[in-house]
Design a protein around this ligand. Structure first.
Ligand code: MN
Ligand code: MN
Length: 471
């Protein structure tokens, strides 16, 4: 016999919010769908560890789903699918809507760059019988996390003849690997007393790449010469070509399902390739939207969104200008500003999830939890919301309604305790132009580390959220 509810129980259900773990609400079939979605994501993570690779994979997926390059269109009409690539490091995709562009577009924006080590312009040197590459770190890393783990080299060497030599070494099973060494504990008494920021100094992030000397007694720097000889044979480059190279050092580990229950994904670069992938996947499934749907994938977020491939650049505006011209809407004065003023955006970037091992830095009542859905931050910033665009309440209400109607599980959170945490995304840049923007992305553990963790439930909900928003 069913127990009857007390007045208090009924009132509690009506008035108070009870947060629930989303897994427990899924049927077995739904669970399968959620788990399966991450297979494609894991595969993508392993194919695209750097922004240039992500753009290439995104272009392939876009073309397979009927998107055509912007320069292929003489005119754009409702239902058309178009993409635009900026300098191999940004890709913007749009599905043209039935409504006019000046009445606003719906944008999901994410970044494809992730914290890593970059080669310095003069990287190659020899010391103590070893050859090394010198590096500079990119983005906010804990330097001590990047030693003694297998590393790979990805990127391009741009030659004076205008050609690019592509490099991707350290990923295949029969490839070699690279490493940055650390001091053995037996001799580390002094090192272990240092602060975490100094345990591994920036100038110690040197990649070990060889140890056989070139066989000629008449020359010095024999190991360096031998390595350069090998690189010349394999890539046709000389030492000077490093001056115009973009070579990125990334963890060589593969992304995988994590946990006995396979509920999570472990892998490098999930900030922010998880939201990049989910928004990309979502837009490839959008057909004939009311408002134009845009997926905006940018570079350089981790170092401040500056530069001609970062969100602060005019690349996005240039793209919008082209859309206005190709739909014939560019005749009205001030049309781009009106477009911005009427547009809406989900700034799709990861959120720091609650980690019980480090519970002391979180406000448990305002943290995002694994398995509770896509994480929204009304504001980011630090020390009293400084630097945050702070989404308008009306816009948050509109998104709540949209997500509830589309059965998207979401949670609203902030990054860490007051005066403890803080951070930023690309949200403020488009909010400054007049758009309504809220941060909305997958919560992750160990953010910015060589191996980040995300929940497959939240990944699936992020994808569902972006799709509902663009539809
Ligand atoms: Mn991010
Ligand atoms: Mn980041």
């Amino acid at each position: 016999m069913a127990e009857t509810k007390t007045e208090g129980q009924k009132l509690k259900e009506k008035l108070l919010t009870e947060k629930k773990n989303g897994w427990s609400e899924l049927s077995d079939a739904q669970k399968k769908t959620v788990l399966k979605f991450s297979d494609g994501y894991i595969d993508f993570l392993n194919k695209a560890k750097i922004e240039r690779e992500f753009v290439k994979e995104a272009q392939k997926l876009a073309e397979a789903n009927g998107f055509k390059s912007l320069d292929k269109y003489k005119k754009l009409k409702a239902g058309d699918k178009v993409y635009y690539i900026n300098r191999s490091k940004n890709i913007i995709l749009a599905v043209i809507g039935k409504e006019k562009l000046e009445d606003g577009v719906n944008v999901v924006g994410a970044h494809m760059d992730s914290p890593r080590l970059d080669l310095k312009p003069n990287p190659l040197y020899e010391d103590g019988g070893f050859a090394y590459f010198k590096t500079q770190y990119y983005g906010g890393i804990k330097k001590y996390q990047w030693v003694t783990l297998p590393l790979a080299i990805h990127g391009v060497v741009a030659l004076k003849n205008g050609k690019n030599v592509e490099v991707k070494i350290g990923e295949e099973d029969d490839d070699v690997t690279f490493v940055i060494t650390d001091l053995l504990p037996h001799m580390a008494r002094h090192q272990m007393e240092k602060k975490a920021t100094e345990i591994i100094e920036g100038e110690a992030l040197n990649l070990l790449i060889g140890s056989i000397p070139y066989d000629d007694d008449k020359i010095s720097q024999k190991v360096k010469l031998n390595i350069m000889k090998l690189l010349n044979e394999k890539y046709g480059i000389v030492e000077e070509d490093f001056l115009s190279a973009e070579l990125e050092i990334v963890p060589a580990m593969k992304a995988k399902s994590l946990g006995f229950d396979r509920s999570m994904v472990g892998g490098y670069g999930q900030d922010d390739k998880v939201c990049s992938y989910c928004s990309l996947k979502a837009i490839t499934e959008i057909e004939d939207p009311e408002r134009t749907a845009i997926c905006l994938l940018v570079d350089k977020e981790e170092i401040g969104s500056i530069g001609n491939t970062g969100m602060e650049s005019l690349a996005f505006e240039t793209f919008l200008g082209e859309l206005l011209a190709l739909t014939g809407e560019d005749k009205t004065p001030n049309v781009l500003h009106r477009l911005y003023q009427h547009s809406k955006m989900l700034s799709a970037d990861v959120d720091g999830a609650f980690d019980p091992i480090y519970a002391s830095v979180a406000d448990k009542r305002n943290a995002s939890f694994f398995g509770f859905g896509v994480g929204m931050n009304k504001y980011t910033g630090s020390r009293g919301k400084s630097g945050a665009s702070d989404a308008n309440a009306e816009f948050v209400a509109e998104i709540r309604k949209l997500f509830d109607e589309n059965k998207v599980r979401y949670q609203l959170a902030e990054l860490g305790k007051v005066d403890e945490g803080g951070g930023g995304t690309i949200a403020y840049i488009l909010a400054n132009k007049g758009m309504d923007v809220i941060d909305c992305g997958t919560p992750v553990l160990s953010m910015h580390s060589p191996y980040e963790v995300a929940s497959k439930f939240d990944i699936f909900m992020s994808y569902k959220a972006y799709k509902a928003f663009m539809k």
